[in-house]
Design a protein around this ligand. Structure first.
Ligand SMILES: Cc1cc2nc3c(=O)[nH]c(=O)nc-3n(C[C@H](O)[C@H](O)[C@H](O)COP(=O)(O)O)c2cc1C
Length: 324
């Protein structure tokens, strides 16, 4: 099969880069972030490029069109993107069909959940529960996304009480259908340090296994060009915020929760730095948009070289050494 041959070539490195998070084995730590393949229509082609995992979604219970176009803007000078897509997707039933019919799953598939735009926050938990039940058996891990800036009110759900109801609802829904299915929480980079620590505590208390830091930012550390467009900013300008969020979460979690780094990761040095500061997995979206189809192969080669430079024979060895 051509796809499998391409994948073998893209992932051929001398160092074992596999990592197990929440009991799920990822053949390498480079995962495609949510939002690129919302409806899981491109999964085999994306796996051919070498990704160690693919997170599909955000999916909502019912299909919805998202915001009017234009809704995505490049900031080429800054290596950034601004998007206000607004969870355009074909709904969870269509996603379930797509994922069920996949002919080839060489690495884990995460499914990222949200609420419909017209579901009020008081009933948001129902949307997450509906989606979690629908995807439980098909996903390798499930993500509660309460951090996208383009669904009005969504980020309010990161407050501890609301978050507890979403996460415990999703946790019970998963346990009814697929006990112990890993549950991840994805947070915004715009939370205060106290709010990050509170989110970590709620996630642990509700039986989540990992935290994804971070989604896009509504702040604007850069100006000019498309920077004044409304929406979530990703890519290089997000990196400092995402890093500080990751550091805060890592310091507070103290190993009780796995960490997934996202936000402005473009090359192997970026990825390696996040792994050293506490992440076990790397997600990227904007770096892939700017870097093109060879991005994963380049990152894996670079990561292998950095590990060898530092005297490690596997990624796992480095992650374990980090904790001591
Ligand atoms: C166009 C676009 C659409 C996105 N859609 C989603 C989404 O549906 N759900 C989600 O959790 N994150 C979404 N994200 C956020 C990314 O998954 C990622 O967390 C963020 O962009 C930071 O990573 P990056 O700097 O590598 O892009 C989207 C990002 C972009 C640029």
């Amino acid at each position: 099969m051509l796809r499998a041959r391409l994948r073998t070539r893209a992932t051929a490195v001398d160092v074992d880069l596999s990592v197990t998070v929440a009991g799920v084995r990822f053949p390498n730590p480079i995962v495609l972030a949510a939002g690129f393949d919302k409806d899981a229509k491109m999964v085999p082609g994306l796996f051919a490029l070498g990704f160690g995992g693919i997170e599909v979604g955000t999916v909502t219970p019912r299909p919805q069109p998202g915001n009017p176009k234009p809704r995505m803007f490049r900031l080429p000078r800054h290596h950034g993107l601004i998007n206000r897509l607004g969870f355009n997707n074909r709904g969870v039933a269509a996603l379930v069909e797509q994922v069920r019919d996949l002919p080839w799953r060489p690495a884990p598939i995460g499914i990222n959940l949200g609420r419909n735009k017209d579901t009020p926050n008081e009933r948001a938990a129902d949307d997450y529960i509906t989606c979690a039940e629908a995807v439980a058996a098909l996903a390798d891990y499930v993500v509660v996304n309460a951090s996208s800036p383009n669904t009005p009110g969504l980020r309010e759900l990161q407050k501890p009480d609301a978050l507890r109801s979403l996460l415990s609802g999703a946790r019970s829904a998963l346990d009814r259908r697929a006990p112990r299915k890993p549950l991840f929480l994805k947070i915004a980079p715009d939370l205060s340090e106290d709010a990050i620590r509170a989110a970590v505590d709620v996630a642990i208390g509700c039986g989540a296994q990992a935290l994804i830091a971070t989604n896009t930012t509504v702040s604007r550390p850069v100006t000019g060009g498309a920077a004044s467009e409304e929406g979530g900013l990703s890519g290089a300008p997000l990196a400092p915020l995402a890093i500080s969020c990751l550091r805060t979460a890592a310091a507070h979690a103290q190993g009780r929760l796995s960490l997934v780094a996202a936000g402005g990761i473009f090359d192997a040095e970026d990825a390696y730095a996040r792994l050293r500061m506490g992440a076990e997995l790397i997600q990227l979206y904007t770096g892939f948009v700017y870097g093109g189809p060879a991005t994963v192969a380049r990152l894996l080669q670079g990561l292998a070289a950095l590990l060898q430079r530092d005297g490690f024979s596997s990624l796992d060895q480095m992650l374990r050494a980090r904790q001591t």
